[in-house]
Structures are given as structure tokens and as C-alpha cells.
Write a protein of this length. Structure first.
Length: 113
């Protein structure tokens, strides 16, 4: 019978989230000077999130390429397009695409003119 993984304490998860956000800030600062170092910071942040079973915050999830782990800066190494109700991120370093659903507006919230 397979053993289940033990749940990590909540303090560890909170500390992991702090470290992940710090690594993303460092990746953002290192990007103009050294793209390889920036990529390394993102790899470390992803490893921390998997080790402590912490989901990456949504605002950080769209900031890196899922295939090559490079930081996405829209005019420099990625394109962002709207296509059929989805956001399409096209990474120019590995030539891959990531698609995210685009939130549609609620018709009940439209203003009456």
C-alpha cells in the first residue's frame, strides 16, 4: 500500500510563499543584466512550490514560461494576444504558447445608455 505524504505545517507554507515572492522579485531585477540567473530564480521558486505543495499565486503564474522557465517581459521576449476569448502568451525564447481563459463581462453589469 502506498504511503501518503504528510501535510507540512502551515508556517512552512507561509514561509515558502514569502520565499517564492522574493525569488520572483530577484528574477525581475536580474532579468535586464543576466537572463540565465533570472531563469534560475524561477526554477528555484517552482521547486519550492512543489516541495511544500503551495500553489503559485495567479499574478505570478502568468509571469513565466511553463516550458522554458524564462521570465516573460511582454515587449522583450513574449507577445500577448487576445484570441477567441483567451489570452495567448507566446514565448519568443522557446517559441511556445500558453493560453488562459479571458474573463468575460457579465451582461447584467452593463450600463444602460
Amino acid at each position: 500500500m502506498k504511503q501518503k505524504h504528510q501535510q507540512k505545517p502551515r508556517e512552512h507554507a507561509d514561509l515558502a510563499l514569502e520565499r517564492i515572492s522574493a525569488l520572483f522579485k530577484e528574477a525581475d531585477l536580474a532579468f535586464p543584466k543576466d537572463k540565465a540567473l533570472s531563469k534560475r530564480y524561477i526554477v528555484l521558486a517552482r521547486k519550492i512550490s512543489t516541495k511544500y505543495k503551495v500553489k503559485l499565486p495567479p499574478e505570478l503564474k502568468k509571469r513565466f514560461c511553463k516550458h522554458c522557465n524564462s521570465l516573460l517581459k511582454p515587449p522583450q521576449n513574449c507577445k500577448i494576444r487576445l484570441n477567441r476569448g483567451r489570452l495567448v502568451y507566446h514565448c519568443l525564447s522557446c517559441d511556445s504558447c500558453m493560453r488562459y481563459p479571458y474573463p468575460k463581462t457579465n451582461p447584467r453589469l452593463k450600463r444602460k445608455s
